[in-house]
Every structure is written in structure tokens, then in C-alpha cells.
Write a protein that binds this ligand. Structure first.
Ligand SMILES: [Zn+2]
Length: 229
């Protein structure tokens, strides 16, 4: 009987794939295979890859992609719809940056930008931590998730400009001296104005970190993002 239920399950999956075919998370057109994007959207994502961090004009900031519509759909997927597999899919593009560890200044440790505990409970995971873990696996670097904490809940920053964001974040983070003397790479999903990374960087330096670089998956190119860190 167990075999019958296995067969039924297989048929069910096959039927589901035909009745509800997998669609691209960005344009909702039919896609094939296990990737979240269709071919044209994959091409758009690939075109947004950053090959050289010089283009960011922000010393110490490193990014894998320029922000693009398919990337935004993937990021929304892991931020708001629990599609954690998108993180692994995007981090796999790190294979195009084999010398990244050197570019990052041969860090001692990766530190994810923390979520406030209330938001962590609501979401169930910190996307920045999952990105840091993917990077840690790829480059054999430890991830330190408890040194930097978000001690104040801040409202969503999406509608604030750079100055308001910085004001909104003052006193939001605290760092333990576990980072003293260490070369740190801060990890986050997106850099929009650099306010969050800048505040975290200040706390890490205050706690004695020897060097702080930052890595994000998506970089939003904006006039006011330049020289913000
Ligand atoms: Zn598509």
C-alpha cells in the first residue's frame, strides 16, 4: 500500500506541475527547470552583475549586483514571502568573484546586519545572516551573529531619505568587544543610502574592530548613496 501512496504522490506532483506550472518570480511567465527566473529575466539579472567594486565609488563597500527589477523580486521573495532558496540562488553568483576574499581585505569574520528581536520573531530568520552563512561556506569564513545587536526597534526606512534614515538609526545598534582587533565584513541584503551600514560600522569601530568592509547582494545606485559611508 505504501507503494500506491508513493505512486499517487508522484502523479500528484506531475499533475500539479501541469495544472499550476512553475512561473518566473519576476514576470510570472512560464519558466523551466529549478531556477526562480525565466530565461529573459535571468539575462537581466546577469547583466546587473558587478564585476568590479570600483564602480561603487564607496571605499570598503562591495556588492554582487546593481539593483534591477528581477533582483528586487527575488529580494522581496526572501524578505516577505519566506523564499529562502532565493538567497542560495543569488549567492551562487559569487562564483564569478573568486578573488572576493582578497577584495574584502582577507577578513577574520563576517557579521550580518542584525534585525530587531521583534522583527526576527515575525520573519523567523534574518536574511542578512543567511547571506553571511552562504558567503562563509563559500570562502571558509566564520560568521559571528551575536556581537552586533539591534537594540532599538526602528520603523521601516523605505520611505525615508538618507538624512532621515541616519537620524532614525542613531542608537539602534550596539556591539560587544568580541570584534576587537578583528577585520570584519558586514553583510546585508541591500545598500540603498548606506545609512544602516554606516551606523553598524561606527558601532564596530567603537567596539575596537580593526577594519570594517561591507558586502551586499544588491546595490542601489543613487546620487545620495555616494560618499555616505
Ligand atoms: Zn521572467
Amino acid at each position: 500500500m505504501a507503494n500506491t501512496s508513493e505512486v499517487l504522490k508522484k502523479w500528484g506532483l506531475w499533475l500539479e506541475a501541469w495544472v499550476v506550472p512553475p512561473v518566473c518570480v519576476h514576470c510570472a511567465k512560464r519558466r523551466w527547470g529549478g531556477l526562480p527566473l525565466c530565461r529573459p529575466c535571468l539575462r537581466l539579472l546577469r547583466a546587473a552583475l558587478i564585476w568590479d567594486d570600483e564602480v561603487l565609488s564607496q571605499p570598503g563597500l562591495h556588492a554582487l549586483f546593481r539593483m534591477s527589477p528581477p533582483l528586487l523580486s527575488l529580494i522581496h521573495g526572501f524578505k516577505y514571502s519566506h523564499y529562502r532558496r532565493h538567497i542560495r540562488f543569488l549567492c551562487a553568483y559569487l562564483r564569478y568573484r573568486p578573488a572576493f576574499v582578497e577584495a574584502l581585505g582577507k577578513p577574520d569574520v563576517l557579521i550580518p546586519v542584525p534585525l530587531h528581536s521583534a522583527r526576527l520573531r515575525e520573519r523567523g530568520y534574518n536574511q542578512a545572516e543567511l547571506i553571511a552563512e552562504e558567503m562563509g561556506r563559500r570562502y571558509v569564513l566564520p560568521v559571528m551573529s551575536n556581537a552586533l545587536k539591534r537594540i532599538r526597534f526602528t520603523s521601516t526606512q523605505t520611505k525615508l531619505d538618507a538624512e532621515e534614515r541616519t537620524r532614525n538609526l542613531v542608537g539602534a545598534f550596539r556591539c560587544s568587544d568580541a570584534v576587537a582587533g578583528k577585520k570584519v565584513v558586514l553583510v546585508d541584503d541591500v545598500c540603498t543610502t548606506g545609512s544602516t551600514l554606516g551606523q553598524c560600522q561606527q558601532e564596530l569601530i567603537k567596539a575596537g574592530a580593526a577594519r570594517v568592509d561591507a558586502f551586499v547582494l544588491g546595490w542601489v545606485e543613487r546620487e545620495d548613496s555616494i560618499n555616505r559611508r
